[in-house]
Design a protein around this ligand. Structure first.
Ligand SMILES: NC(=O)c1ccc[n+]([C@@H]2O[C@H](COP(=O)([O-])OP(=O)(O)OC[C@H]3O[C@@H](n4cnc5c(N)ncnc54)[C@H](O)[C@@H]3O)[C@@H](O)[C@H]2O)c1
Ligand SMILES: [Zn+2]
Length: 405
């Protein structure tokens, strides 16, 4: 659905002072809310990639200031903004973004795509590109992705290929997209033959993370995102892992301070890894902890039984079992990981046959030279990548995840 460029924008109800340094007070004025001052800390994390590094900004209420941040990264003065979102997300948060774009005097068009994994395919990208052409998009246009990972991946890919590349700003609205999908520049869509098989690396100009938008996210989606945060703790940040163990009740109740902390710390882990290794070769592979078996589970169940984060949680349980059985970590470490995952459950029961999961494992696109590579914990905060695992140990770990629910 296309929205015309607004001819003239209503004047701001109040002057917004939005500074981009760390931990500033800022004054919010919007058409829907009276002006008032909020003390809030906005964190800034730099992702150092070529050719252009970018900032991830994290702060409660940040969506209301998105217009100013988008303006800051506009390719040129006359640039137009194309917001890609879904009707579900638009209904909840589109108004806040639109008001903010209006206050920043930015001409924009809203393009809607369907939600859900089946919408993440080439035809969607083609339709969006056609709509952009009809609305007069050019090389100076900028795409804003407002939504979960499905919107982010599709809109990111659209930006990567439209006129051979226009800039994109990611505004992730699910926890999973905030701590994972929106950062790192991986964009793409699915083919009938598999997930994410067509895509491109296209780093965003900036990523705007507002934890407040998670207030409307349903519980299951929220918990699915928490598993990716736990993953960040296990692979590189012991303090984050321990915080998530200690504060699970507060986190599950979406306590604002706790949530802001785990989002920031998870993003820091992803940003560090991506900065060190932009094009998934070595270090970046540690982000796949839990994903080897996780992807196999998703594929074996037709991508409809588990949410991505849930499959990753089960994959982390399998990886912990494999690591302890293979003598890579003590049993105690595996038990800590499994207990932390259970605290953020329940997880859907594994109903598919173990053989189906095992055969998908060897078909994973991250298989290198025929060997299945596992990211395995050595201790909390440190993992190693290995393909040298006896088949019997893998089989037993996959069979055991059937016991978790
Ligand atoms: N590019 C990457 O590096 C990367 C990393 C991880 C995952 N992914 C991809 O991300 C996708 C999954 O993303 P996801 O978990 O965000 O799921 P999603 O995008 O399918 O969103 C899940 C649901 O939440 C709804 N939603 C979104 N924001 C909401 C909000 N604030 N309030 C209420 N409802 C809201 C959506 O409408 C949707 O129904 C997968 O396609 C996966 O492949 C990409
Ligand atoms: Zn993931």
């Amino acid at each position: 659905m296309l929205r015309p460029f607004p001819e003239a924008f209503p004047r701001e109800a109040g002057r917004a002072h939005w500074n981009c340094r760390r931990n500033l007070d800022y004054k919010i004025g919007s058409q829907s809310a009276p002006s008032f001052i909020i003390r809030s800390s906005v964190k800034r994390i730099k992702v150092r990639v070529k050719p252009q590094s970018y900032d991830v900004l994290i702060g409660a209420g940040l969506l209301r200031h998105a217009g100013r941040e988008v303006r800051r990264v506009l390719p040129s003065k006359g640039s137009r903004v194309f917001v890609v979102t879904s009707s579900n997300v638009r209904k909840r948060w589109g108004g806040v973004l639109e008001q903010s774009l209006q206050r920043a005097r930015l001409p924009y068009v809203v393009l809607e795509m369907n939600d859900g994994e089946p919408a993440k395919h080439l035809a969607t990208v083609e339709q969006l590109a056609e709509q952009m052409v009809q609305a007069g998009a050019d090389r100076k246009s900028l795409v804003v992705a407002l939504g979960g990972g499905v919107v982010g991946d599709s809109a990111g890919f659209l930006a990567a290929i439209f006129l051979r590349g226009v800039p994109v700003v990611q505004i992730p609205t699910t926890l999973l997209a905030q701590v994972d999908a929106s950062i790192g520049g991986k964009t793409g869509v699915n083919l009938k033959g598999g997930k994410n098989l067509v895509g491109a690396f296209h780093q965003p100009r900036t990523v705007l993370v507002d934890p407040d938008v998670l207030s409307t996210l349903d519980d299951r989606e929220f918990r699915a995102g928490l598993f990716e945060s736990l993953k960040c703790g296990v692979i590189r940040d012991k303090a984050l892992f321990e915080f998530m163990v200690r504060k699970s009740p507060q986190i599950l109740q979406r306590n604002k301070a706790a949530l802001q902390k785990i989002i920031t710390d998870s993003i820091r882990v992803k940003a560090q890894v991506v900065s060190a290794d932009e094009k998934e070769s070595d270090l970046r592979r540690i982000l796949n902890f839990g994903h080897t078996v996780g992807h196999a589970l998703e594929a074996a169940t037709g991508y409809s039984h588990f949410l991505h984060g849930e499959a990753v949680a089960l994959g982390m349980i399998a990886a912990a079992d494999i690591a302890s059985s293979a003598g890579i970590c003590p049993q105690e470490v595996a038990d800590q990981i499994k207990a932390a995952i259970q605290a953020y459950g329940p997880l859907p029961k594994v109903t598919c046959a173990s053989d189906a999961v095992l055969s998908r494992l060897s078909a994973d696109k991250k298989t290198v030279a025929g060997a299945v590579h596992f990211v395995l914990p050595q201790k909390i905060g440190k993992v190693k990548i290995t393909s040298d695992i006896p088949a019997e140990i893998i089989k037993r770990a996959v069979e055991q995840i059937k016991n978790y629910a």
